[in-house]
Design a binder for this molecule. Sequence first.
Ligand code: PLP
Length: 455
Amino acid sequence: KNQTILTRSELAEIDKKHYLHPTTPPKLHYLQGPSTIFSEGKGVYLKDIEGKERIDGVSMLWNVNLGYGNEELAEAAKEQMLKLSYSSSFSGQSNEPAILLSQKVASLAPGDLNVCFFTSGGSESNDTAFKLARFYWKLKGKPERTKIISLEQSFHGVTVGATSATGIEGFQNFTTSNAPNFLKAEAHALEAELGDKNAPNYSRSIRGVIEAEGADTIAAVIVEPIQGAGGVRFPPEGYLQAVRKLCDEHGILMIADEVICGFGRTGKMFGVENYEVVPDFLCVAKGISSGYAHLGAVVMREHIREVFVKSDEMMFHGFTYSGHPMACAVGLKNLEIIERDQLVENSRIRGEELLRGLKFLESNFKHVTQVRGLGLLAGIELLKDPENGVPFDPTDHAAARYTEICMNLGLQLRSFDWKGTNTVALAPPLIITKKQVEDMINIMSDALIAFEKQV
Ligand code: PLP
């Protein structure tokens, strides 16, 4: 009964005319229309309008962690919409789902990360953390601490603040101007962060940037525990701990962008738990609602809240949809299901199987290399000649071509062809079964056979 009455080509024509798409070349889209029109999803499977079924091997945008068509989440949304469809959290007003979700998130977050500010997504969460970090310093009588340091190749979102923090060049250069007081440091420069002044990249490390700028001008450092859109890049061992220590040395606040890692993606509830680090702010979105509602949060430590509540200053910050009752009801149910069905544990175990499968591909196929993964977050590199470190020509768009083949064979993945890398990202829903992981690897294997014939 939900069947559309329009054909695919009719929908595509409307799309071309009226719909400007994110991270899509407008010209190409205007000429060609949508590459896929999705119409249904159930569990880890997606169907497009032509009826072709695929495994979603990347949880769409690393967010559909409970998979599609979850009836309990749909029920939670419906029930809350009928009970109280909307209420504001301004002027001290509140609602039950938001109150309970703040308690739930506080109970799951490590250390004394106990206080939540709700947003509608990851960019808003990061922008909120930047503003709250500056608000904190203002209240502490150090308004000159304004600068935010982030890493090259990072992705923190697309609002003005989040884009200014984002390291991936395409996003930085999209428009003519970004916000001031955002500084970039080389990603994962472990030796330098540990204080080795002879490290070749010392001046470009977070430590080097802090020293050059003066620690008393820096409000916060933001890092993803594992870089996602930058190409599923894992930090070297000890890196996050070194950044935490560096921030402590200089009294700088540490923000962890857990928008991808949060709520089980890495086989722990939060990415930072793999590194035994407690940031001052922890930004979440995506997995907090498994994509069933627009929801994000900034979780902060007690010492941040203490500074806020000692002051008489107003919180001149907040979104119409901060603490949206339906979104929070869905978030709460989502977290209950993750705990009840032990999906963090499933992420860890299935992740090990996925990694084994990817290593099998690496040892059997010439172009696959640098296989890495933690929980259900994994990446591979495609190189023309891994033995001699020869990359594909950038014009080959090797990863995009490979994921296109996977798509045709029934598996949705994501590709990142930038800065001389050809990365394929994997992040299937946390509900995935052993058999479905095997199916993913089999499809990837068939796709590699086809890819080898093409290149
Ligand atoms: N931070 C990270 C690490 C992300 O991967 C993303 C989105 O992919 C964001 C922030 C932005 O989140 P949103 O698109 O919900 O604004």
